[in-house]
Write a protein that binds this ligand. Structure first.
Ligand SMILES: Nc1ncnc2c1ncn2[C@@H]1O[C@H](COP(=O)(O)OP(=O)(O)O)[C@@H](O)[C@H]1O
Ligand SMILES: [Mg+2]
Length: 406
């Protein structure tokens, strides 16, 4: 087997930019060099793409200006046919003669949040005709939508927490009626969340009508659609990773994040250190690289009975397949600590650290996880690319066109 050139894509326009850097550098470091040659594709916060060896070193990210100044700015070139070509953008040069080029056999997507995880980047790869890791457009888009993902799963019998959707256009000018409706639908406490965000951004727990009003206004700063949800209390959170595709998928061991706080803020998760929705974990090869984000508080495996564990693993695999996911995803559940009732909360199609720490205890090393993700990407690509997608007949040839006109 020849060595495949892997474009590792990370950064991006998302609050989870830094977390994405960590996840992706970990994945690049874990790639078996006998099979893969990882090339960084760093999307800076202004959307400009860069490559260069220096981008694989976490130390450089403490000074972003120097980092990109030393890197090569790149742009996508046409005509990759099954691969993605990029070329250096020479600063100030009118002609691009002698510029460096890279051709990727597969794109390894390590973006978190925003268009990197919601189907946008996946759509770009489809359009360019290059294989990419993780879920496709539909799975990514459904998973990112906190209402539709639960709605789809709820209809298939997956237990979900009841919630109410509000769109800003219908809220504006009708606030009191909405508040009446919500208050007659459920009792406090209630949780308010933006539909498409992660990392606890814009999420608030509310105890009364006033707080609810404020939390809804706050959530609309981030998203034109929000949800108001019943609270699970007392709460235990249980997460499972799933690996595979729509036909074959398996679940990892379970984790239980422990915080001691009812709800973690973005700061708690990433800056002060602690478990996050994207919780990155230092890879064994690269200890301490993640600074505050590295310190984790989680129990692996989650202390549950065998039956509970198996039940949650089965739910996780079903959710993954209902939503049409691929690659690795992490599915987060809310459990009522008193009753043991379990509810599907959300799914991350590009989880922090790709959840490698949930596969290692199941005897799948990070290197093998990365390999399997690339294999799935190539298999999925060929599954569609190798089918008939166009006909040699030109329906608009002169005589046919005349026929159509008539
Ligand atoms: N219905 C709920 N009941 C109790 N706690 C909740 C509920 N929904 C969310 N939370 C708490 O808020 C956190 C963030 O919510 P989540 O839906 O996971 O959003 P994010 O995508 O930002 O991680 C959860 O990890 C959990 O601690
Ligand atoms: Mg979460």
């Amino acid at each position: 087997m020849s060595v495949k050139t892997v474009g590792v894509v990370f950064g991006g326009l998302s609050p989870e930019h830094e977390v994405s850097v960590i996840t992706s550098l970990q994945a690049a470091a874990a790639m078996d060099r006998a099979k893969y040659h990882p090339v960084p594709v760093y999307i800076a916060k202004d959307g400009v793409w860069y490559t260069g060896e220096g981008l694989l070193d976490i130390e450089g990210y403490s000074d972003l200006n120097s980092l990109v100044a030393a890197a090569a700015r790149i742009e996508v070139l046409p005509g990759g046919s099954g691969r993605l070509r990029v070329g250096e953008v020479k600063r100030g040069a009118l002609f691009s003669s002698g510029r460096r080029e890279w051709t990727f056999d597969v794109m390894f997507l390590g973006l978190h949040g925003g268009a990197g995880e919601n189907g946008g980047m996946q759509g770009f790869c489809e359009l360019m005709g290059v294989p990419y890791t993780g879920s496709g457009i539909l799975g990514s888009a459904l998973a990112m939508d906190k209402i539709r993902s639960k709605d789809f799963c709820g209809r298939k019998g997956i237990p979900v927490v009841e919630s109410m959707q509000i769109r800003e256009q219908t809220w504006a000018g009708d606030e009191e009626r909405w508040l009446d409706r919500i208050c007659s639908w459920a009792s406090f406490p209630l949780i308010v969340k933006p539909v498409g965000l992660g990392s606890s951004i814009g999420i608030r727990r509310t105890e009364d009508r006033d707080q609810l009003d404020g939390a809804i206004e706050e959530a609309f700063r981030y998203d034109p659609a929000i949800l108001v949800e019943r609270v699970v209390s007392p709460l235990r959170e249980i997460n499972a990773a799933v690996l595979g595709d729509e036909d074959h998928a398996r679940a990892s061991v379970l984790e239980e994040p422990i915080s001691g706080i009812e709800m973690l803020s973005f700061q708690d998760k990433y800056i002060r250190g602690g478990e996050g929705s994207k919780g990155v974990t230092p890879a064994s090869k690269d200890p301490g690289s993640a600074g505050g984000m590295a310190s984790q508080n989680r129990l692996i495996p989650a202390p549950l009975t065998e039956d509970q564990t198996e039940y949650i693993q089965k739910l996780a695999v079903r959710i993954f397949q209902i939503l049409g996911c691929a690659g690795v995803a992490r599915i987060d559940f809310l459990m009522n600590a008193d009753t043991g009732d379990v509810f599907f909360n959300e799914i991350n199609t590009i989880p922090g650290s790709l959840s490698f720490y949930l596969w290692e205890p199941a005897d799948l090393a990070f290197q093998d996880l990365v390999h399997e993700l690339i294999e799935i990407a190539l298999r999925r690509y060929h599954d569609t690319a190798d089918r008939v997608r166009s006909y040699d007949v030109n329906l608009l040839e002169e005589h046919s066109a005349r026929g159509l006109k008539a």
